[in-house]
Design a protein. Structure first.
Length: 246
């Protein structure tokens, strides 16, 4: 989805007095939206992906104060469970996504996918929820059932593994290198190609200093929260507390 499409949806909302929605947007599209965010102030955009910390989110144009009514985001959460857990494969995010794509579903119709304890929680557009429920019968070699899941908190609640790292500074490139155990050059290479996101926006400033509460995503490696600086080591390095998402 490009800037032109976002503008079309915003104009349709404003001129028609209605809510308009994008499909699920990845972090690159969301970052593009943020770079033009002020252009859309008149239609009061809101981003949501089915739960608070979603990475893939829809953008809604229009709000209750201006339009006089409220419309929820057209999102459903589906639980995909093995029919016989004892015979189930160890399935990954890619396995579930592949099974959904094999049904002919476009990627933009699917939001985040969580895989925990042999259960996958999938966020999707409500228009395709029944189709998935009726047609998804197998993921790899595992027979599955699909149902609407209302109680999503246990599956979507963030799981953070805390760790203490030592870095020469809180620069984002240095912290990425240490958190994911990659070389400094590998970390630096992520920035020019737009593979680092800071609080949901593309970060091209590799020397930017992180502060408490910042969320960093490095595509292909993972996501972490910069929790706090906790002083210097005896050798003058900075001790930092990091929460790595799993």
């Amino acid at each position: 989805m490009d800037h032109k499409r976002l503008t079309e949806l915003a104009d349709r909302s404003y001129n028609g007095g209605i809510y308009t929605f994008t499909d699920f947007c990845d972090m690159a599209v969301i970052s593009e939206f943020y770079s033009h965010e002020r252009e859309f102030d008149h239609v009061h955009p809101k981003l949501y992906g089915g739960y608070e910390m979603a990475e893939r989110r829809m953008i809604r144009f229009g709000d209750e104060e201006e339009l006089g009514y409220e419309v929820d985001f057209p999102i459903k959460s589906l639980a995909i469970k093995p029919l016989k857990a004892e015979f189930a494969d160890e399935l990954s995010h890619r396995d579930y996504l592949g099974a959904l794509m094999n049904l002919g579903i476009r990627r933009e119709m699917i939001g985040d996918i969580f895989v925990r304890d042999r259960v996958a929680l999938v966020f999707c557009k409500d228009s395709i929820a029944d189709y998935i429920i009726d047609n998804l019968r197998r993921v790899r070699h595992t027979s599955v059932s699909v149902s609407i899941e209302e109680n999503i908190s246990e599956l979507t609640g963030p799981r953070l593994t805390e760790k203490i790292i030592q870095v020469t500074s809180a620069r984002v490139d240095a912290v990425i290198s240490r958190v994911f155990n990659i070389s400094r050059q590998e970390s630096l290479n992520l920035f020019p190609v737009g593979n680092v996101y800071l609080n949901g926006r593309i970060c091209t400033e590799n020397a930017k200093a992180l502060k408490t509460g910042d969320i960093v995503s490095a595509r292909g490696y993972g996501k972490f929260e910069f929790m706090e600086e906790i002083g210097e080591s005896r050798k003058g390095k900075l001790n930092c507390r990091i929460g790595v998402y799993s």
